[in-house]
Ligand binder design. Structure first.
Ligand code: NAG
Ligand code: NAG
Length: 466
C-alpha cells in the first residue's frame, strides 16, 4: 500500500514538459541577401541558424559541466572524462579525427542519459537535434543479421550524407552488443585519422557507442559508468522532484528510494536499475492519468504471453526504450501491458507464507515480490519473456503481482456478478456457488483454484432462483 501511495504521489505533481523551441520567426525579416547567405555552404549565417558548424558557438563547456554535475549521480569518472574529451575537442579548430567515445556500465547507470545531455548541449534547439543527432538502435535499424551487407551500405551512406551536410554531427549507437556482427567495422574508415575521404571531412563528427567494446585504437575514450549506490538513487529522486517543482521532502525521497530498492547482490550496495525507473514510473502515471481522459491513446495488451514465441517480444523493445523519439515518431505515450501466468506459483507461495505466519496479506509489499517476479519471468521458458532483453534492460517498469483469491474474495465476485445482472443478493446462493469451487493447497484450502473465472458460468444454473 505504501508503494502505491508513493507512486500515486507522482501523478499529482505536474510534469514540466520542455516546450518545443519554435523555429526562429525572425527569418521573415530577412532580405534577399540573407537568403543568399543561407544557401552558400560555408556561410556564417547558415551556421548560426543550423547550429551546426562550429561547436565553439554551441557547446558551452561550463554549462555542460554544471548539467553533468547536477543531474548525473555517482559517475565522477564518466563526467570527468567526457568533459575533458569534449572540451579538448571543441578547442581544436580542425580535429584530426572524429571524437569517439564508448560508454560502459550496468543498465540504468546513465549511459544513454549522458548521451542525451551531450546532444542537448551540442544542439539546443529541438529542430537542430532532430537533424544532426543520429541515434541507431541495433534492434530497430538493423534487425536482420542476414541483411548485413545492405545495412553496412546504408550506414555508410547515412554517415557520409549527414557529415557532408553538417560536419558536427553526433552519432549515437545504442545496444552495441546487439549490433549485427561486422556492421560497426564498416564505418571504421570514418573513425580513423584522415584529412578527408572523397572530399568529406569527418574530424568534427562525434561518435558515441553505448555498451560494448569495439576496436581499441579507434576509440578515444572508454568511459566507465559505475554502479549506483543507494545515496545516488536518492539524489536522482531529489533531482526529479526538484525538476517537477516540488518541495524538498526527505521522508518522501527515502520512501521512494526504498520502494525502488532492488539491489542485485546480498550486500545490497548497488542498485540494479540505477536511476532508470525514477523518472519513468512517474512519467507513465502522469501520462495515463492526464491523457486517458483527454485523448485516445494506444494501449497494447499482450495476453497469454506464455504462448508467445520466446524472443519475439524483443522486437518491440526500441518502442519501450527511453528514447525521445525514433525516426520522428514518439512512442512515449503508448501503453504496453503484458499478461502472463509466469511467476504465479511464486506469488502464491509468498501469499501462503504470509498467511501461514499469521500476517495480513495487505502487508505484502511490491518489493517482496517484484524482484522475484522479474527473475522468474526471465527464466521461465514459457513466459514469452524468456531471456528477453525487455527484462534484461529493465524496460518493464512494473511487475504487477496478482495475489491468489480467498474464499471471501470469491464471494465478493459472486455478489458483484449477481448485482450487475440486476438481481438481489441471496446469501444462501452466494454460499452455494462459492462452495462449488475448488481450493488449494490441499490441506488448508485457502485460495480459489480458478480465481473468479468461472463465477459467471456457475451462476447461470442458479439464475432462476435469484
Ligand atoms: C542522415 O541519417 C539519417 C539516419 O539518422 C538518414 O535517415 C538520412 O538519410 C541521412 N541523411 C543523409 C543526407 O544521408
Ligand atoms: C498527455 O501527455 C503528454 C506527454 O506525452 C503531456 O504533455 C500532456 O500534458 C498530457 N495531457 C494531459 C491532459 O495530461
Amino acid at each position: 500500500m505504501k508503494l502505491l501511495n508513493v507512486a500515486g504521489f507522482f501523478a499529482l505533481v505536474p510534469t514540466l514538459v520542455p516546450a518545443l523551441e519554435p523555429i526562429t520567426t525572425s527569418l521573415a525579416f530577412c532580405g534577399a541577401a540573407v537568403m543568399w547567405q543561407l544557401f552558400s555552404p560555408a556561410s556564417w549565417l547558415k551556421c548560426r541558424f543550423l547550429e551546426c558548424c562550429n561547436m565553439k558557438d554551441t557547446l558551452d563547456i561550463p554549462a555542460l559541466q554544471m548539467v553533468l554535475e547536477q543531474k548525473v549521480f555517482g559517475q565522477h569518472l564518466a563526467t570527468q572524462v567526457i568533459l575533458k574529451a569534449l572540451s579538448a575537442n571543441s578547442r581544436d579548430k580542425q580535429p584530426r579525427k572524429p571524437l569517439v567515445m564508448s560508454f560502459h556500465g550496468w543498465t540504468g547507470t546513465g549511459k544513454s542519459f549522458v548521451s542525451k545531455i551531450i546532444a542537448r548541449n551540442l544542439y539546443q534547439s529541438h529542430e537542430a537535434r532532430r537533424s544532426f543527432v543520429h541515434q541507431f538502435d541495433a534492434v530497430l535499424h538493423f534487425p536482420h543479421a542476414e541483411h548485413i551487407k545492405q545495412y553496412k551500405e546504408q550506414l555508410q551512406n547515412w554517415i557520409r550524407g549527414n557529415v557532408s551536410v553538417c560536419p558536427r554531427s553526433l552519432f549515437i549507437f545504442s545496444e552495441m552488443d546487439q549490433m549485427p556482427h561486422g556492421l560497426i567495422d564498416s564505418i571504421m574508415p570514418y573513425l580513423s585519422h584522415r584529412e578527408a575521404i572523397n572530399g568529406v571531412y569527418y574530424g568534427k563528427a562525434i561518435f558515441l557507442f553505448l555498451n560494448k567494446l569495439i576496436q581499441k585504437n579507434l576509440v578515444d575514450y572508454f568511459i566507465p559508468f559505475l554502479p549506483l549506490e543507494y545515496k545516488h538513487v536518492k539524489e536522482c529522486i531529489q533531482e526529479e522532484l526538484r525538476y517537477q517543482g516540488h518541495q524538498e521532502d526527505e521522508d518522501l525521497i527515502i520512501k521512494i528510494a526504498l520502494a525502488m530498492s532492488d539491489y542485485p547482490n546480498d550486500d545490497r550496495i548497488y542498485s540494479s536499475k540505477g536511476c532508470k525507473t525514477v523518472a519513468s514510473k512517474d512519467q507513465l502515471q502522469t501520462w495515463i492519468r492526464g491523457n486517458v481522459s483527454a485523448c485516445a491513446r494506444s494501449v497494447f495488451i499482450f495476453d497469454e504471453m506464455d504462448k508467445l514465441h520466446p524472443g519475439l517480444i524483443d522486437a518491440i523493445k526500441p518502442f519501450l526504450d527511453y528514447y525521445e523519439q525514433i525516426d520522428g515518431v514518439s512512442y512515449r505515450r503508448a501503453i504496453f501491458i503484458f499478461l502472463s501466468n509466469a511467476g504465479g506459483d511464486l506469488i502464491n507461495k509468498a501469499a501462503l507464507d504470509f498467511w501461514r505466519s499469521g500476517k495480513d496479506r495487505k502487508q505484502i509489499q511490491l518489493k517482496d515480490l517484484e524482484p522475484l517476479l522479474s527473475v522468474a519471468v526471465f527464466n521461465n521458458k514459457n513466459s514469452g519473456l524468456w531471456h528477453s532483453s525487455l527484462i534484461d534492460r529493465n524496460l518493464i517498469d512494473y511487475f504487477v503481482p496478482f495475489l491468489p483469491l480467498e474464499y471471501k474474495h470469491l464471494k465478493m465476485c459472486i455478489r458483484a456478478e449477481i448485482e450487475s445482472g440486476g438481481k438481489k443478493i441471496n446469501e444462501a446462493i452466494v454460499d452455494e456457488v462459492a462452495n462449488e469451487m475448488t481450493f488449494f493447497p490441499k490441506d488448508e484450502k485457502i485460495y480459489s483454484d480458478k480465481g473468479c473465472k468461472l463465477v459467471q458460468q456457475k451462476l447461470l444454473y442458479y439464475w432462476e432462483r435469484l
